[in-house]
Design a protein around this ligand. Structure first.
Ligand code: HEC
Ligand code: HEC
Length: 407
C-alpha cells in the first residue's frame, strides 16, 4: 500500500514538518533539509522541469538531463546511439542505453528478497526494484546525483562544483524564488534543493505517468484494438507462447493501471554490442546486478547477467533496446525472444571454428543464470516460439503503449 504512494508526497511531508534549523556547518541529511521558503509541489515541479533541461549544470555546459532523457522521446534517448555521449567535453560515450524515465514513480527501493503484499506473502520473488538497469540507486533523487557527478555524464567534480555552476546559470533566480534568497549560499542545502526539485518533477503525473495510450483507452472501454493488436496482446499474455506478461504484466491489478514491469531482475543473455566503445576491451563485461558498475553484490555469482525488467510503456518510441542497446528495432527485440534459442546464429557471433558463441556478453560461469523459460527453451533448428506474424502482431500491440499528446 505504502509502495503506491509517490515518494515525493512522503518527502514533502517530511520537508514541511521540519522547522528551519540553525546552520551547524554539518551536511544536512536529504530528508531533513529545511529551506528558508516552503515551496508547493507545483513550484518544485516547475523548478525541476527548468533544471532538467539546464545544460549549465554540466561541466561541458552542453549536457542537460534532457539530452539523454528527451521529453519528446518519452524521456528516453532522442537518437539511435547505443550509448549517449557526454562527459567533460560532451564527447565521452557511456556504457549503457539511457532508459525512459516514465512510469518510474512507484519503483520500490532495491531489495534482494521481495515479498509482494498480494495474498501470496510467502513467495520470495528475489531481487526487485531500485533505479538504473542494476537497481543500484535507491531513489530518483539518488539516481539524479549520479549523472550530475559521473565523469561519463555531466562530469562535475563534486557537489560544490554543481552549485557553483547553478549559481552562475540562468536557473539561479528560479532556485532562489523557490527555496529562498540565500539557498545558493549553502552548497549542501542548495544541492538538496536541486535534487528534490528534479525528483518531484519526475513524479509529475501529467509529464511522467499520463496513462494516455491507446491501450489505456482500451482498458477504460473507450477504444478498440485492431485485429493485429488484439492478436499481439494474446500472444503477449499466452504463458506457452510469448509469456511476456510473466515479467511485463499488463493487466489492471487492484485498480492500478499496469506498468508492464514486475521490477524484477532477469538474465536474458542479450548479445554483446560492439557499438559500445567500452566493449573493445574484452575484459570488460557489464554483468548487471553482480557488477562491475554495481559493487555491493559482487560476491553473488548467481546474480551475474541479471538486469532490471524495464517498463514497456512507450517502448515503440525507442531506437535501441535492452541495457546495452544491442537491438536496433522493436521487431528485432521481439524476434530475439522468439528465436534466441532456435536460431542463435542470427544474434551471436561465431568463433574461429564456426560455432555460435551464445551469450557472448557474459563469462561462461554466468551462462547458467540465463532464463530458459517460455518464450525461450527451444533447441537449435526447432520452430521458433513466435512466428513472423506473431512478432508483427506483438509489435503492433506494443505500439498501443505509446502515450498520445494531450489535446
Ligand atoms: C549522458 C546521458 C545521461 C544524462 C545526461 C542523464 N542520464 Fe539519467 N540515465 C542515463 C543512463 C545511461 C541511465 C542508466 C544507468 C545505469 O543503468 O547504470 C540513466 C538512468 C536514469 C534513471 C533511472 C531510471 C530507471 O529506470 O531506473 C533516472 C531516474 C535518471 N537517469 C535521471 C536523470 C536525471 C535527473 C538527469 C539529470 C540530472 C540524468 N538522468 C542525466 C543517461 C543519462
Ligand atoms: C523472464 C522475464 C521476461 C520475459 C518473459 C520477457 N521479458 Fe522483456 N525484458 C526482461 C528484462 C530483464 C529486460 C531487460 C534485459 C536487458 O536489458 O538485459 C527486458 C527487456 C525488454 C525489451 C527492451 C525494452 C527497452 O527499454 O530496451 C522489450 C522490447 C521487451 N523486453 C519485450 C518483451 C516481449 C515482447 C516479451 C515476450 C515475447 C518479453 N519481453 C518477455 C524480462 C522479460
Amino acid at each position: 500500500m505504502l509502495r503506491s504512494l509517490p515518494a515525493s508526497f512522503l518527502l514533502l511531508m517530511l520537508v514541511a514538518a521540519t522547522a528551519p534549523a540553525a546552520d551547524t556547518g554539518k551536511p544536512t541529511a536529504f530528508y531533513a533539509t529545511a529551506f528558508e521558503r516552503r515551496a508547493s509541489p507545483q513550484e518544485l515541479t516547475e523548478l525541476g522541469r527548468r533544471l532538467f533541461s539546464e545544460p549549465a549544470l554540466s561541466a561541458s555546459g552542453r549536457v542537460s538531463c534532457s539530452a539523454c532523457h528527451d521529453p519528446a522521446h518519452a524521456y528516453g534517448p532522442p537518437n539511435a546511439l547505443a550509448v549517449q555521449l557526454a562527459g567533460p567535453d560532451g564527447k565521452r560515450p557511456g556504457v549503457r542505453a539511457a532508459p525512459s524515465l516514465m512510469y518510474r514513480q512507484t519503483t520500490p527501493p532495491f531489495s534482494e528478497h521481495f515479498f509482494d503484499n498480494d495474498g501470496n506473502d510467502s513467495a520470495d520473488q528475489g531481487p526487485t526494484g531500485g533505479f538504473a538497469w542494476d537497481g543500484r540507486a535507491a531513489s530518483a533523487h539518488e539516481q539524479a546525483e549520479a549523472p550530475l557527478l559521473s565523469p561519463f555524464e555531466m562530469a562535475n567534480t563534486d557537489r560544490r562544483a554543481v552549485i557553483a555552476r547553478l549559481s552562475a546559470s540562468p536557473a539561479a533566480p528560479a532556485m532562489r524564488a523557490t527555496f529562498g534568497a540565500h539557498v545558493l549560499d549553502d552548497p549542501q542545502r542548495a544541492w538538496n534543493g536541486l535534487v528534490l526539485a528534479l525528483e518531484v518533477f519526475q513524479q509529475s503525473p501529467a509529464d511522467f505517468s499520463p496513462f494516455r495510450s491507446k491501450y489505456d483507452a482500451y482498458l477504460r472501454g473507450q477504444a478498440q484494438l485492431s485485429p493485429a493488436e488484439a492478436r499481439g496482446l494474446s500472444v503477449f499474455n499466452d504463458a506457452g507462447k510469448g509469456n511476456c506478461a510473466a515479467c511485463h504484466p499488463g493487466a489492471v491489478k487492484r485498480g492500478a493501471f499496469p506498468l508492464f514491469t514486475d521490477m524484477g531482475f532477469i538474465a536474458l543473455g542479450v548479445p554483446r554490442n560492439p557499438a559500445i566503445p567500452a566493449n573493445r576491451d574484452p575484459r570488460f563485461t557489464d554483468q548487471g546486478l553482480c557488477g562491475p558498475l554495481r559493487t555491493d553484490l559482487r560476491e553473488h555469482p548467481e546474480y551475474c547477467g541479471l538486469f532490471k525488467t524495464p517498463s514497456l510503456r512507450n517502448v515503440a518510441t525507442r531506437s535501441v533496446f535492452f541495457h546495452n542497446g544491442a537491438m536496433r528495432s522493436l521487431e528485432e527485440a521481439v524476434r530475439f525472444y522468439a528465436q534466441r534459442d532456435s536460431r542463435p546464429g542470427r544474434f551471436y557471433p561465431r568463433d574461429a571454428q564456426g560455432r555460435v558463441r551464445k551469450y557472448d556478453d557474459l563469462p561462461a560461469a554466468a551462462h547458467g543464470n540465463v532464463n530458459t523459460e517460455p518464450p525461450f527453451g527451444q533447441k537449435p533448428g526447432e520452430p521458433p516460439a513466435l512466428s513472423e506474424r506473431d512478432i508483427a502482431d506483438v509489435v503492433a500491440f506494443l505500439k498501443t503503449l505509446t502515450d498520445q499528446p494531450a489535446h
